[in-house]
Design a protein around this ligand. Structure first.
Ligand SMILES: N[C@@H](CCC(=O)N[C@@H](CS)C(=O)NCC(=O)O)C(=O)O
Length: 226
């Protein structure tokens, strides 16, 4: 999500990838704050986070990073246009509630996409969080059909919202943070489910192919370099 914002704003950046078990130690070294707390109350350090070398500021959490970049670099286009702050925040909040049902379908795929130290960390931490191993998280049989319907309904709701817009994006012709939220989430789905999976293809075709067109038009902001 932050990558989309940085590319949109054409701000130069360098990406540093870390293994999950190294995040806390590295963040402490560079004085990047924790974004939240773990279920046991101890601090949780999360990616993405940024270090702005110009101002020597460390910022964590996608939303806060976007706010920071808009404020700090006013000559670049705003991801959250002035006056839309509350609506963008409300959209972001509502979006996560809406797409909640997709997590049991995607999380079990994650360990296979990671290097061994991160895969082990992910398995352990998420099993503790959900109270069962990730392999048991994905719904099966009839339940899977029912639960997948909830995912489809989430896209139908998003489609309904977007259909009220006068343009292809949530704010009409202008691309904003809300669009990056959806595009970055679609990217995550594509990586986890696989581009050839039945589920991904279904989403791409749903709502008259709207999500495929939406995804295609925002891929230009997904580049890993700018
Ligand atoms: N609210 C944060 C959430 C970020 C987040 O949860 N990141 C996960 C990876 S997807 C993480 O870094 N988790 C660290 C851990 O599980 O130790 C944001 O939007 O940036």
């Amino acid at each position: 999500l932050v990558r989309y914002v940085l590319n949109f704003k054409k701000l130069p950046y360098k990406t540093v990838s870390l293994e999950y078990p190294d995040v806390e130690g590295e963040f402490k070294k560079f004085e990047i704050p924790a974004s939240t707390t773990k279920p046991d109350g101890t601090p949780l350090y999360t990616c993405p986070s940024i270090i702005d070398k110009v101002t020597k500021t460390a910022v964590t959490d996608s939303y806060k990073i976007t706010e920071y970049l808009d404020k700090q670099y006013p000559d670049s286009p705003r991801a959250i246009p002035k006056g839309t702050e509350a609506l963008q925040a409300a959209f972001y909040d509502q979006f996560w509630q809406l797409v909640g049902p997709v997590f049991p379908f995607i999380l079990p795929h994650v360990p296979a996409l990671l290097n061994p130290p991160s895969a082990e960390y992910f398995e352990k931490s998420r099993a503790a969080y959900f109270g069962k191993p990730l392999s048991e998280l994905a719904p099966k049989g009839e339940e899977a059909v029912e639960k997948w319907k909830k995912v489809q309904e989430a896209f139908d709701t998003l489609h309904g919202w977007l259909s009220k817009s006068s343009g292809p994006y949530f704010m009409g012709e202008t691309v904003t943070f809300a669009d990056f939220v959806v595009a970055a989430s679609l990217k995550c789905l594509r990586i986890c489910l696989g581009p050839d999976s039945k589920e991904w293809k279904e989403i791409m075709e749903r709502n008259d192919g709207r999500w495929e067109a939406f995804w295609d038009s925002l891929e230009q902001y997904a580049s890993e370099e700018n």
